[in-house]
Design a binder for this molecule. Structure first.
Ligand SMILES: [Zn+2]
Length: 363
């Protein structure tokens, strides 16, 4: 791996001939998506101050709208719901159900509520499974504890969760069944969804609550990329106005779908990138270069294993002629957002490049 170096210079200044290779993305095809409307039955989830608006109803309604959007745009994808009515489903069963069905993605839908009645918190936040408490500075564990708390009402929970105490964050650690590659994909799905949600009706533009990591039981049992979204705050009157209307819920679902679609386009074999025709002149698009290599890297190499959809651009005449890229975006801004995500994660030296008709072009 010593020949593998991140390239820090804008390489089109020294790259004379370009050819896009691996244009037809070969990432995994997404066949099944599990949508998980949080709570249900005897567990209403968060409640509005007058207790009339219930989280469980909002979650179900938004999940159904999201399922409709996915069916409309990707008729080949099977959408499975952990519940379609007002019934209780144990937290572990939701993730286990998705794993048993060999689902490819899992999206759990929730609504937030602030602990303090005086809180002015608004807007969406997205969670992935993780246990890194050192990076947590706020009350985020409240969200984790609140969403996990329902297990106390599940039958036989003490035996089932073996010593797990929903009030003790330390005990989450044992639930970390997820593999690194799945967690990375979850972060990218989560980041796409958060970016899209914060531009939606539940505005998080002024102060993005961001994507966070926490020990959610519902995510711990998922063996596929999985995220949990908190759409907005039920105790914020601004958020409640949107969460309580059908139009608002539909708009939120559309934004969730856009985040999902972004993930599909970047990662999935059945995303739009996969069907682009190389012979038709294409508009300029933006990609993220993650590294360059003197030799072609086998897809099974550890550095690429989690990114089977990575393509490369061949710059002949250069020593590090294989420029590996991820993503394919219409705007430089979107590519930059994705790039920042990759920089925070596995590729700290990633940067954005512009591509047109298989050639590198200036921005
Ligand atoms: Zn919830």
């Amino acid at each position: 791996m010593k020949k593998l170096i991140p390239v820090l210079v804008a390489f089109f200044s020294i790259c004379n001939s370009y050819a896009i290779m691996g244009q037809n993305f070969s990432g995994p095809v997404i066949h099944k998506v599990v949508l998980d409307p949080g709570h249900g039955g005897h567990d209403p989830g968060a409640l509005s101050p007058d207790r009339k608006l219930r989280e469980k109803d909002i979650n179900l309604s938004v999940a159904k709208y999201l399922g409709q959007e996915i069916n409309k745009h990707y008729p080949d994808i099977q959408v499975i719901y952990t519940r379609t009515g007002d019934v209780a489903v144990d937290l572990d069963k939701r993730g286990i159900m998705a794993s048993e069905q060999h689902a490819d993605l899992f999206i759990s839908i929730h609504v937030n509520s602030a602990r303090k009645p005086t809180s002015i918190a608004v807007g969406p936040e997205t969670w992935v499974f993780g246990g890194d408490r050192s990076r947590r500075k706020d009350d985020s564990y409240d969200v984790v504890l609140k969403e996990n708390e329902v297990i106390k009402f599940e039958e036989n929970y003490k035996a089932k969760y073996e010593g797990f105490d929903p009030n003790n964050p330390q005990s989450m650690i044992v639930f970390n069944f997820q593999k690194d590659a799945i967690m990375r994909q979850s972060r990218i799905l989560g980041s796409s969804i958060q970016q899209s949600l914060r531009n939606g009706p539940l505005r998080g533009v002024e102060k993005d609550r961001g994507m966070k990591e926490g020990g959610f039981v519902v995510l711990a049992y998922c063996s596929m990329p999985a995220v949990l979204v908190e759409l907005g705050f039920i105790n914020s009157s601004a958020d409640r106005k949107i969460l309580s209307s059908e139009n608002g819920r539909r708009d939120i679902a559309r934004n969730l779908f856009k985040g999902f679609e972004q993930y599909m386009n970047s990662y999935a074999g059945n995303g739009k990138s996969a069907v682009s025709d190389n012979t038709v002149p294409s508009p300029k698009s933006f990609r993220v270069q993650i590294m360059a290599s003197a030799e072609k890297i086998p897809p099974s190499a550890p550095v690429l294993k989690s990114y089977p959809q990575a393509g490369y651009i061949l710059c002949e005449g250069q020593r590090f002629m294989y420029k590996y890229t991820l993503g394919n975006f219409e705007t430089r801004e979107d590519a930059q957002k994705y790039c920042n995500e990759l920089r925070d994660g596995p590729f700290p030296d990633a940067f954005v490049i512009a591509v047109k008709d298989g050639q590198l072009v200036p921005f």
